[in-house]
Ligand binder design. Structure first.
Ligand SMILES: [Zn+2]
Length: 450
């Protein structure tokens, strides 16, 4: 129930109880009763409501989720097509203000994206999350004793058993959703948002290695996913995003923050659950063992385990381990709620009031962005390290050589699924190729129809 309505009902009940006060039992005739009249507020169809109505949407009218009108107008795989000028303007303003580091676009080489000679992925200028360089404003750890829960790559048909399990257990989690998957699984999306009241966050439009994209492509990947979520949730703007493969750097991170107001979320443990069933992937028993080890292990820092709503095995491993979380004294918490603040940029959660706000105007609306309140470890002043005024990078090809590459395996125990996807299987798409390929082919068919 919207909080406004709830408040009004409470007030109405108070008024009713006041009018039924012991005064009615007296027969003396001093002052007139001071109880409020029975109905002192306007009905909800009164014009006054139109002036102030926010409730659980921003008051705008959006096409029904799943309708042709709702799914029209989004890109297929070329996310730079039809980019709204406002996003480009916001990007240019951020670049001009020196808030987007002018570092090279990384190159895909069949392994981890690489940077030209002279650009250290673990140095402060680049600080690539792929190489486990931690920007203090990013979210890597949960607070001590907290199990920070999230699932990537949904919504998919395989999401539904997970959603029903979450519902049965009455817990809320964060879903880092792929924009194109939302288009093709509208029912699952609606279930997650409306029935579960789970927290919706951004996992890009086509699941690329973000550091290998131009500034405009980064804008499209984030912007279109933001736009679809915004238009499917009564106007809510996600506050968190997780880069696919955990691949982000200072440039990508800055664009996400300065243009879209997004805080980057990574993880501190990874079962590689996505690779169960792949020829050289992990196995379900190994995933189960890892989950058990971490959940029965130390509580500092708290856990943020990379998990996927991708297959019956990834979902099943979580469901099997779920009872252990409470049994071992963890507090289960949705990742988007770890900082105790709002889940969305313009709304507390899935049911609270929404302040109208468009996608991609963060830079213009907030010349001095508020300090990130997302990270439990956040303390530094700025996440961007201007290295020059720079210009907007054009196109997808940036002539960078395959230069220095640090070995990420030497810097962190947790393996992220990019390592497997790229180096073990040779194809960056193999991690969830079936799911995404299905989504994209259906997407392409629909665009041909519309
Ligand atoms: Zn993913």
């Amino acid at each position: 129930m919207p909080s406004v309505v709830r408040s009004l009902l409470l007030l109405a009940l108070a008024a009713l109880s006041a009018s039924a006060s012991p005064h009615d039992l007296h027969d003396h005739d001093h002052a007139a009763p001071r109880a409020l009249p029975g109905r002192w507020y306007h009905h909800e169809d009164h014009p006054a409501y139109a002036l102030f109505r926010r409730g659980d949407t921003d008051g705008a009218t959006y096409p029904a989720v799943g309708s042709p009108e709702w799914s029209a107008g989004y890109p297929d795989t070329d996310v730079t097509k039809g980019t709204p000028q406002a996003w480009i303007d916001a990007l240019n303003a951020a670049v001009k203000a020196g808030k987007v580091p002018n570092i090279p676009v990384a190159t895909s080489t069949g392994g981890n994206p690489t940077y030209p000679q002279g650009f250290d992925p673990n140095g402060p200028e680049v600080c690539s999350a792929t190489y486990k360089c931690r920007n203090k404003e990013d979210l890597w750890d949960a607070p001590d004793g907290v199990f920070g829960s999230s699932f990537d790559d949904g919504p998919l048909p395989t999401s539904m058993p997970l959603y029903e399990f979450l519902k049965q257990n009455n817990v809320i989690t964060t879903h880092f959703m792929i924009g194109s998957n939302i288009l093709w699984n509208a029912d699952a999306f609606t279930y997650a948002f409306e029935t579960l009241e789970s927290d919706i966050a951004v996992h890009t439009w086509t699941h690329p290695y973000m550091t290998t994209l131009s500034n405009e492509q980064v804008i499209g990947e984030l912007g279109w996913t933001m736009e679809l979520i915004h238009n499917s949730t009564g106007g809510r703007l996600p506050k968190y995003w997780r880069p696919p493969y955990g691949d982000s750097d200072e440039r990508v991170r800055a664009i996400a923050k300065e243009v879209f107001g997004l805080t980057t979320v990574i993880w501190n443990q990874d079962t590689e659950d996505w690779s169960i069933g792949e020829s050289t992937g992990t196995t379900r028993p190994k995933v189960d063992a890892s989950l058990k080890e971490w959940i029965t292990g130390p509580k500092s820092p708290g856990l943020i385990i990379l998990e996927h709503e991708l297959t019956n095995n990834t979902v099943g491993a979580f469901m099997q381990a779920f009872p252990l979380i409470a049994q071992n004294g963890w507090k289960f918490e949705s990742v988007a709620r770890l900082d105790g603040g709002s889940v969305y940029q313009n709304s507390d959660d899935d049911t609270d009031d929404v302040t109208p706000q468009a996608v991609g105007v963060f830079a213009a609306a907030s010349p001095s962005p508020p300090a990130s309140d997302a990270s439990s470890t956040a303390s530094s002043s700025s996440n961007s390290k201007p290295t020059g005024t720079g210009t907007v990078t054009s196109g997808s090809s940036s002539p960078v050589s395959t230069g220095s590459t640090a070995n990420p395996s030497a810097t962190g125990a947790a393996q992220d699924h990019k390592n497997g996807a790229m180096s073990r299987f040779g194809s960056p798409m193999s991690w969830h190729s079936a799911a995404l390929a299905t989504s994209l082919s259906v997407l392409a068919a629909a665009f041909a129809l519309s």
